[in-house]
Each structure stands twice: as C-alpha cells, then as structure tokens.
Ligand binder design. Structure first.
Ligand SMILES: Nc1ncnc2c1ncn2[C@@H]1O[C@H](COP(=O)(O)OP(=O)(O)O)[C@@H](O)[C@H]1O
Ligand SMILES: [Mg+2]
Length: 222
C-alpha cells in the first residue's frame, strides 16, 4: 500500500550536512500495523514524516498504491487523496487550544465560509462517545488530560475515515495506564482495517504491532 524506495534525507545544520536517512526501503501492506523503533536521533520521526509526505526526501520515492507521492510537483488530486486518506498523530497532541473538543475533531472538514455537513457532526459526536469523551464535546483541550487529548487527535482520524494512521510516539507523554488505553484504541482501529505506522521507543508497545522495523543511524538494521 505504501512503498518507500531507497530514501535518503539530509539536513544542513550550522554549515554541515548530515545524512539522517540512508537508503531506506520499506513496504507496508494495506491493513498492516507496523512499528518503527530505534534510539533517539536514529531518524524515526524523519522517516515517518517522509512516508506521510510531511517531509520531502532528497533521494528515493514513496508510492501510495501505484501513485508516486514524491513527484516533483504533486497534483491537486494527489494532494486531496493524501489529505483524505492519511492522518497523523504526535506525542504532543497538536489540538487547537481555542477550539472545543468537537471542533478539533471536525477540523479536517472545516473550510472557511462553509458549515460542516450535519452528518459529519453527528459522526464526530458518535465517535467521541465511543471513545469515552461524549460528555466533553464542548470542553477546550486545555481542560483535558494528556490521554484524553490524544484520544481527540485519534477521533479526528476516525471521523475522516483515514485509511492510514501515522503515529509518532503517541504514548510518549502519557503514564503507563493511559498509554495502554491509547494502544488498545489503536489496536481496535487496526482490527477495523486501518493501516497503522507507529514510531515508539517502548518495546512492549512495539510488540503489539505485527512487524517492527528498527532504525540505527538512518538505516534499517532489522
Ligand atoms: N528539521 C531538522 N533540521 C536539522 N536536523 C534535523 C531536523 N530534523 C531532524 N534532524 C536531525 O536528524 C536526526 C534524526 O532525527 P529524528 O528523525 O527526529 O530522530 P528520532 O525521531 O529517531 O529521534 C537527528 O540528529 C536530528 O537532530
Ligand atoms: Mg522522534
């Protein structure tokens, strides 16, 4: 479903050019739950961002099905496909602080001057109920715990029916119990058919994935 071929990525810092990804190739099947592990600085976040097209690689290609995501200038149909099919969650949840829980969940559907379709709002409320936030729709993110904020970020991916979820250390800022709750939710989404690519440095969570890729110094070593 997603295929990365010979990815290379460099960063320039203080005049020196360092290679952060070296010849990385990965194939991810539709419906797969993949974890990416490795030490801090090994290139996990950069790889995830290249796969999700947040970051352009300097070498190599990323395909989504037969479509080349890394084309020099990607077409608008490709952009909208990527926007509708991909969702990203982070260690810190990147919710907008001045929007309510419900509005944050609806964010992918908010366009200026156009109301969000009623059926989408209903779906968002249902989703928030399903994940235990039904009574917190009108709260601001600042009034939620870390785990609740992460669930809102996941609800956003669920409401837009993302096909692929990219998660960068989604349990990284949570205590053990809350981290396990988030992992259970990801496992549920995986059972329902979502493809999940998760960066983690916690071995017990990496084991919950079907397959683990280990990076070291920008290379796949396992
Ligand atoms: N935007 C950037 N500019 C310069 N260097 C970066 C940038 N992003 C990441 N790096 C460097 O690339 C290396 C890999 O970073 P990252 O992919 O975040 O690793 P990980 O997620 O495994 O900790 C690190 O040495 C980091 O400092
Ligand atoms: Mg990282």
């Amino acid at each position: 479903m997603i295929s990365a071929r010979n990815i290379g990525k460099f960063f320039d810092m203080g005049g020196t050019r360092t290679q952060v990804l070296r010849d990385v190739s990965i194939d991810i099947e539709q419906g797969e739950f993949l974890s990416i592990v490795g030490r801090s600085g090994s290139g996990k976040t950069t790889l995830l961002n290249v796969l999700s097209t947040l970051v352009k690689p300097d070498k190599g290609e990323v395909y989504y099905g037969k479509k080349l995501l890394t084309a020099p200038s990607s077409s608008s149909s490709l952009n909208s496909l990527r926007k509708s099919d991909f969702a990203v969650i982070f260690q810190f949840h990147h919710l907008l602080p001045y929007l309510s829980v419900l509005q944050n969940t609806l964010l992918p559907f908010m366009r200026s001057f156009r109301p969000v379709p009623r059926e989408i709002v209903a779906k968002a409320k249902k989703t928030l109920e399903r994940i235990g936030l039904g009574d917190k729709c009108d709260r601001l993110p600042g009034n939620l715990s870390g785990g609740e904020q992460q669930r809102v970020a996941i609800a956003r991916a669920m409401v837009k029916s993302a096909r692929v979820l990219f998660a960068d250390e989604p349990t990284g800022s949570l205590d053990k119990v809350t981290g396990e709750e988030i992992m259970n939710l990801l496992a549920e989404l995986h059972r329902e058919g979502m493809t999940i690519i998760m960066v983690t440095h916690e071995p017990q969570y990496a084991r919950q994935a079907q397959r683990t890729v280990e990076l070291s110094d920008g290379r796949v070593v396992h």
